[in-house]
Design a protein around this ligand. Structure first.
Ligand SMILES: [Zn+2]
Length: 209
């Protein structure tokens, strides 16, 4: 064995030990991910793979889980609070990759609250506060990187745009006063539809499909 190389059992021990560094919400997230990932890796794979392949398999399974789990529901089940002093300390002590994983989890949870228009509920605000805690730490560590963009605000702003478009279409299917495609007001009624004289496109009057 080369110096610095670790065995699979040592890797597992390291993962277990890493758990001890976290408290509160982040420990629970890590614990949940570990249990689920362990459940997805067969004993055979565990025995047969070398340590690098095993570590890679774990990382792949973790990434899949982070993107597929309903974290909003999971966090609600944990009855999360606004970030505590322990959470703040945990975030400062996380490795870069743990921090990125947790930021991703919280942005996934936030997306669900934004889609369901519950970002202003107690749960939504607590999830957002935890997200900001991670996001601010990311910004501190990587000041000139992609983390400048606030995923929560971006997603929220996009929802406003999506909703605005939907409201415009709904309204203009009644009045026909504004084109839902180019927003020109140079429109005319045309049987059961309206036509835009600027872009030339048609849209149906409400009640006619
Ligand atoms: Zn138009």
């Amino acid at each position: 064995m080369n110096r610095g190389e670790i065995t699979r059992d040592q890797l597992d021990t390291e993962i277990e030990r890493a758990l001890g560094h976290y408290v509160g919400i982040f420990a629970k997230l890590k614990d949940h991910i570990m249990r689920k990932v362990n459940g997805q890796i067969s004993m055979l794979a565990r025995e047969k793979l070398n340590v690098n392949a095993y570590a890679q398999l774990r990382a792949k399974k973790e990434n899949e889980l982070i993107l597929s789990e309903n974290w909003r529901t999971f966090l609600e089940g944990l009855e999360i609070e606004f970030p505590t002093e322990e959470d703040k300390k945990a975030v400062q002590e996380m490795s870069d990759s743990e921090l990125m994983d947790n930021t991703q989890i919280l942005i996934e949870a936030s997306k669900i609250t934004i889609n369901d228009e519950e970002e202003s509920t107690t749960l939504g605000e607590r999830i957002h506060a935890l997200y900001l805690l991670c996001h601010n730490e990311l910004e501190k560590r990587f000041p000139s990187e992609w983390v400048k963009s606030d995923g929560f605000l971006d997603y929220l702003e996009n929802r406003e745009k999506r909703n605005r478009k939907a409201r415009l279409l709904e309204e203009t299917r009644v009045t026909g006063k504004i084109c839902p495609h180019c927003e020109s007001t140079n429109t005319i009624k045309c049987g059961n539809a309206f036509r835009c004289k600027t872009c030339g496109r048609y849209w149906r009057k409400k009640g006619y499909v």
